[in-house]
Write a protein that binds this ligand. Sequence first.
Ligand code: KG4
Ligand code: ZN
Length: 335
Amino acid sequence: MLILGIESTCDETAAALVEDGRVLRSNVIATSVAEQALYGGVVPEIASRRHAEYISAAVQKALADANVTMADVDAVAVSFAPGLIGAVLVGVNFAKGLAYSAGKPLVGVHHLRGHIAALYLTHPELKPPFLCLVASGGHSHIVMVEDYTRFKILGRTVDDAAGEAFDKVARTLGLPYPGGPSVSNAAKTGNPKAYRLPVPHVEGPYNVSFSGLKTAVLNAVNQAEMKGEVISVPDMAASFQERIAYILADKLLQAAADTGATTLCLAGGVAANGRLRSLVNEGAQKLGATLCLPKLAFCGDNGAMIAAQGYYEYMAGNRAGLDLNGLPTLPIDYQ
Ligand code: KG4
Ligand code: ZN
């Protein structure tokens, strides 16, 4: 079964074709990230405008790259929530028009379920149940993936998302947007023990909090400035990365030990972080659990992950009507 996946919830306009939720046939990503970097973060209006400009060509290229036409496509899957609403609506409306005109079924896909489904493209043998840390620019969840369309949230951030913390700390340190890659790049030459940053206390065994950590970095930078001293950007980037990666890995591994999960996964933009990947790898080995990491190319937003999850939503009988609406928020465990 061939699914066309469309993604436009943030600053990537993406379209891809995937067969049976596992086999990638094409993957096209147009992004406004360079333009957003001029403003130090995503400007929703710019994201929406660029989606409207790019989306038709992205879908046409995805079809051409896979050497197919809409007649070969079995269903159109679109990321309908959560996300920047103006951006989401561009993809949703385009998908509705395309599905209607081609006479194909329409499937709505939750963006974070899509991030998890990116793992199926990398690991053909991976099947639920498994325990997954989904960390992106807007969300950080520890989720038990009970089945392809059944999820149980075990923990979440009580304030900032992990990616958001990277983005804010990057801005504090004068590093470019997006913060994840720029902080981890700066951290390469830094000493992770140079600055002592706090581990926040949070209610709930698997919840996380990053707002205090972000403020600690800001305070250290401000205090240094007042004293006429200079913060070492590589050292602070390394210290921050070490701390946040430790917190995320620790909570995932605790949840794994308590639930007896034998398969652990990372998903979302922050899953590209090398330090997080290696900490979770060490911990999984100690627990004797199997670790599945998404290919770096599938960590950030893409259409393939939406097509992959679209397949499983379709197989579960989930169809959207032409009244499908985009939503800025929606829990991953919605029914
Ligand atoms: O999943 P994603 O592409 O989009 C959302 O759904 O939000 O995640 C984007 C987030 C950004 O906050 C970005 O800074 C972060 O993922 N990110 C990283 C890395 N690459 C991207 N965070 C840490 N380390 C990275 N290597
Ligand atoms: Zn995302």
